[in-house]
Design a protein around this ligand. Sequence first.
Ligand code: THU
Length: 146
Amino acid sequence: MRFPYVDSEMIPSAVPSEVLERAVSAATEVRRHAYAPYSKFLVGAAVVDADGGIHVGCNVENASYGLTNCAERAAVAAATAVGRRDIVLCVVVTDTPTAASPCGACRQVLSECNPTMDVLCTTLEHADVWHRLDALLPHAFGPDSL
Ligand code: THU
């Protein structure tokens, strides 16, 4: 089990541990395909749907820097492309001393799928930090705001 939540006392239970391990492996693997020649900051993400399906993404940079796409948003796009928006967990993997949290844009895009999904930010050395998305993005703008 990967503990603890930093933003709540909840125990991660939505995803069985074998699915969790596969999601972390998938995010770690896809990170190797990140295209980040400018920042050299490689990010891998995996989002898990309610049936345990795993959908991956990595960051893709561009010489026109502002066109960069983050790993988490790439993973959401991959899930969407196979008809899955029912995301229960997002895993983010970086090669940093402590885990990096999703950027604000990614929080917003993840929130559109499920504002209360679990988010596991981790590193190649398994420095896990758990969040719930609504703690990372409180008072989110969503479909009900329109
Ligand atoms: N990046 C992500 O992939 N996800 C985030 O949540 C934050 C940042 C990428 C974008 C860019 O390619 C690199 O990390 C440095 O910002």
